[in-house]
Design a protein around this ligand. Structure first.
Ligand SMILES: *Cc1c(COP(=O)(O)O)cnc(C)c1O
Length: 357
């Protein structure tokens, strides 16, 4: 029996997708081999890569000024790769510090340029993100970096500011494919696939193609975006099996109604859970109402000693991965696209009966 998997990442994938992987594992479409065993330069893999890119492009409404890349090294690799390509010691970038991942991105960027932290909610244990009118993006900044959804603290930017903001760089690891956004506001969007898009080992990067004209010279070939754009993610062996799973997940997403449907559904599930949190003083949500994440719902117990028994009880009933990150404590229920309404209902049922007990 499949568990209801609330892990923050790697995380739940659609059962339908896993069934398909299983069916195709030994013999992919009559080739007699697995995608794992296939040359990344074969016509079959070329089709897989092209479909994964096209599906993402269609789902997110990405225009031809942008290139989609599948790289390795995780979101953490992009923390330094972007500044390495676009900053120098006399150039400046704005960063918004809304959690552990933002501050890691800041730490790496400082190795390459002058980093201006526009906002930080660190003193309030990162319980919120700023509103755009609290921020003044520097005219002389090369770009402004944000973490669109803060996986650990359960907060997110509800929107990406007014249309004249067009130099954002966003870590969208944990909310990609949960809402439509206007790509024209971004120089680059990136993240690890393992939260909402596929398995670990693949990093998605959506970068404005003309950025390469501004990139620094003299970097190792593998660390230049230019290389990966020119070679269509095939400069060296890409994470091919992971790309195949992204293809299947995006196919599943399109078949199920696309981005508007996914957004509506994840909002519906998140609202159900927040409603329970708001109507009880037994459970305490940790993030500000205006900053609440749809994908990572964090809360604590009024009586902290109940945390462990709750997690144990949930586990007994087939719900796993609910323990909050050590820096926040409490519970984190991750609500990615493959989470089901049934899973959320089950969680709510357990929460209610646990409270009554
Ligand atoms: C998980 C996560 C990361 C780290 O991703 P890796 O692929 O492990 O490097 C970075 N940022 C956010 C927002 C995340 O959720």
């Amino acid at each position: 029996m499949r568990a209801h998997n609330f892990n923050a990442g790697p995380s739940t994938l659609p059962t339908e997708v896993l069934e398909k992987v299983k069916n195709e594992l030994l013999d992919y479409e009559g080739t007699g081999i697995s995608v794992m065993e296939m040359s990344h330069r074969s016509p079959e893999f070329s089709d897989i890569l092209a479909s994964a890119k096209k599906n993402l492009k269609d789902l997110l409404n990405i225009n031809d000024n942008y290139e989609i890349l599948f790289l390795q090294g995780g979101a953490s690799h992009q923390f330094f790769m972007f500044p390495m390509n676009f900053l120098t010691k006399d150039k400046k970038a704005d960063y918004i510090d809304t959690g552990a991942w933002s501050s890691k991105a800041i730490k790496e960027a400082k190795l390459f340029g002058n980093i201006n932290v526009l906002f930080s909610s660190k003193d309030a244990n990162y319980n919120r993100v700023p509103s755009w009118n609290e921020l003044e993006i520097s005219n002389d900044a090369e770009y402004c970096h944000i973490t669109s959804n803060n996986t650990i603290f359960g907060t997110r930017f509800k929107d990406f500011g007014d249309p004249n903001i067009t130099k954002l760089v966003a870590d969208m690891s944990s909310d990609i494919l949960t809402r439509p956004f206007d790509i024209n506001k971004f120089y680059m969007v990136y993240g690890g696939a393992q939260k909402n898009l596929g398995p670990s080992g693949v990093t998605f990067v959506i970068i404005r193609k003309d950025m390469i004209e501004k990139a620094n010279n003299g970097l190792p070939t593998l660390l230049q975006y230019k290389t990966h754009i020119e070679k269509d993610s095939l400069f060296n062996t890409p994470p091919s099996f992971g790309i195949y799973i992204i293809k299947l997940v995006t196919e599943w997403a399109i078949k199920n109604g696309g981005i508007d449907f996914l957004e509506k559904e994840s909002k519906k599930r998140a609202d159900m859970l927040y409603e329970v949190l708001d109507s009880s003083d037994f459970y305490i949500p940790t993030s500000d109402k205006d900053s609440r994440s749809l994908t990572n719902i964090t809360f604590r117990f009024k009586d902290e000693s109940l945390e462990k028994p709750f997690i144990d009880e949930a586990k007994k009933q087939g719900l796993i991965g609910l323990k909050g990150h050590r820096s926040v404590g409490g519970i984190r229920a991750s609500n990615y696209n493959a989470m089901t309404t049934e899973g959320i209902k089950k969680l709510i049922e357990i929460m209610k009966s646990f409270e009554n007990k």
